[in-house]
Design a protein around this ligand. Sequence first.
Ligand SMILES: [Zn+2]
Length: 102
Amino acid sequence: MFEVTVSETQALASDSRSFTDAKKLAKQSAWRRLGRDGEAVWGVALGSKGDAYAVFARSAKDVRCSCPSRKTPCKHALALLLLVADHHPFPIEALPKGHRYE
Ligand SMILES: [Zn+2]
């Protein structure tokens, strides 16, 4: 798994609101699933309307999310990086089939 710090994650945020929102999502209960696959980590983030977004990070600079946010990286992507920065346990699990990270 790659490494990233909280301050590096904060520096990637396009505005302070994104980072504030990401901090709220940087906890297990905000995610339906989390996993790591080699160097990459992935997660299924729960949206506010019961929807779920596929998030995938190969490094701090290569993070994708399926949500419609125009911010890059979005709060889900930042939250996934914060979980990595926090050394949150990610079970070893292959990327779910059929997940799109575009
Ligand atoms: Zn997102």
